[in-house]
Design a binder for this molecule. Structure first.
Ligand code: SF4
Ligand code: SF4
Length: 92
């Protein structure tokens, strides 16, 4: 990408690129695997929230713990890897 395009959101044939473009680009369309969440097993440690590269995991008001935004979850499985309580399983 030319450096000049990196300073503002710019429409291209491949979609919006540049700063702020991540809100418009719904990475959930990339997903093959989906996180299946077990709220009973979750200890609310927030490791998944911290590590999710797409900020697709949201902190919820108690007594709920975390929620997944499927518009942006691209199914990478990092949340499953870092969860110490085995509360997340990636399913096809
Ligand atoms: S699968 Fe990846 S993108 Fe989806 S919630 Fe987990 S860490 Fe985030
Ligand atoms: S990493 Fe696992 S235990 Fe921690 S908040 Fe996320 S789902 Fe819950």
């Amino acid at each position: 990408m030319p450096l000049s395009l990196a300073t503002k959101p710019t429409k291209t044939d491949s979609g919006l690129v540049g700063p702020g473009s991540s809100v418009e680009n719904k990475t959930g369309s990339w997903r093959t695997f989906t996180p299946k969440y077990d709220e009973e097993a979750c200890n609310n440690c927030l490791m998944c929230w911290f590590y999710c590269p797409d900020a697709a995991i949201k902190r919820l008001e108690p007594p709920k713990k975390v929620g997944f935004d499927m518009d942006y979850c691209k199914g990478c499985g990092i949340c499953e890897e870092v969860c110490p309580a085995d509360a997340i399983e990636m399913v096809r």
